[in-house]
Design a protein around this ligand. Structure first.
Ligand SMILES: [Zn+2]
Length: 287
């Protein structure tokens, strides 16, 4: 190796950003000792992306030492309670923080069962919590939140200061839902959100990801309605294999899958050769 090449390598590695993925909530909607779905993407020790805000999320956000001032976006993959219920708590806490920058809240479109992200925020802050209605205004007393709706079968690319997002609709029964890929320099991760991947949407986002965060809510032999909502372990494995994902993190763990990890891992490892980890609250992985 010549000296020029070595120097180049040293410069590139010194410039590389530190990217970490932290699980705030590894559970689903049950009362089971885990917080519900929520994750932070840390970039150079700052919490830049919050993905989902299920119950218990904010307490673990506090424990993680993340700061609301550092967030550039909140993404809600869908509006089920176990993914969104803590959102008003963050916004209220933000009122007492030093945050003044606008905070985009990315979320799905609506249908007859669910509001779209704009109506969701409106129903909260112009409805139930209308004492906080100024957060929807430009001249807010604290900071403004702005809905960003994603309604596309194609991949939508959005740029932020420290990262970019790729977003697309995924199939989750009658629930409008999205998956999100976070790109930071040469690093990337994909959060499936809740989906059974019926429309093969995840394949559009999974190419060469360093980490595939897969919602593992049902066991391989699940039958009936649950399979219309969630991926079986073999579907997770296929997405990981076809996308050439470096690592898989199984999360959104529910009583249906707890105690059956060995069986799920056996199914996955028959199809996918990479490392597979099981999520716990507060777990932090370096990409
Ligand atoms: Zn869920």
């Amino acid at each position: 190796m010549n000296i020029f090449y070595m120097l180049m390598l040293m410069v590139v590695s010194a410039m590389a950003q530190k990217v970490e993925f932290q699980v705030l909530g590894s559970g689903g909607p049950e009362i089971d000792g885990r917080a519900s779905t929520s994750y932070i993407v840390w970039i150079d020790d700052k919490a830049r992306v919050l993905i989902d805000a299920g119950s218990g999320s904010m307490l673990n956000f506090e424990k993680s030492k993340a700061r609301l001032e550092d967030l550039e976006v909140i993404v809600l993959t869908h509006l089920h309670i176990d993914h969104s219920v803590d959102l008003p708590s963050y916004i209220k806490a933000g009122y007492f923080s030093n945050r003044r920058d606008v905070l985009p809240i990315v979320g799905p479109s609506g249908n007859r069962y669910f509001p779209d992200i704009e109506d969701f925020l409106d129903s909260l802050f112009n409805g139930t919590y209308k004492y906080m209605s100024d957060v929807l205004d430009e001249d807010s007393d604290s900071f403004q939140i702005v809905p960003v709706e994603v309604d596309s079968k194609n991949v939508i690319h959005k740029k932020f200061k420290h990262f970019s997002l790729d977003l697309t609709n995924v199939y989750h029964g009658n629930v409008p839902a999205i998956a999100v890929r976070v790109n930071v320099g040469s690093k990337s991760l994909l959060v499936s959100g809740d989906t059974n991947n019926k429309n093969l949407s995840l394949e559009k986002l999974a190419k060469n990801v360093d980490l595939f965060v897969a919602h593992h809510a049902i066991p391989q032999y699940a039958k009936g309605y649950a399979t219309q909502l969630h991926m079986t372990p073999s579907i997770i494995a296929k997405v990981a294999k076809d996308g050439n994902a470096k690592k898989v993190l199984l999360t959104h763990r529910m009583k249906r899958t707890i105690g059956k990890e060995e069986e799920s891992l056996k199914v996955i490892k028959k199809i996918y050769n990479g490392e597979v980890l099981l999520a716990e609250d507060m777990m932090k992985l370096k990409l």
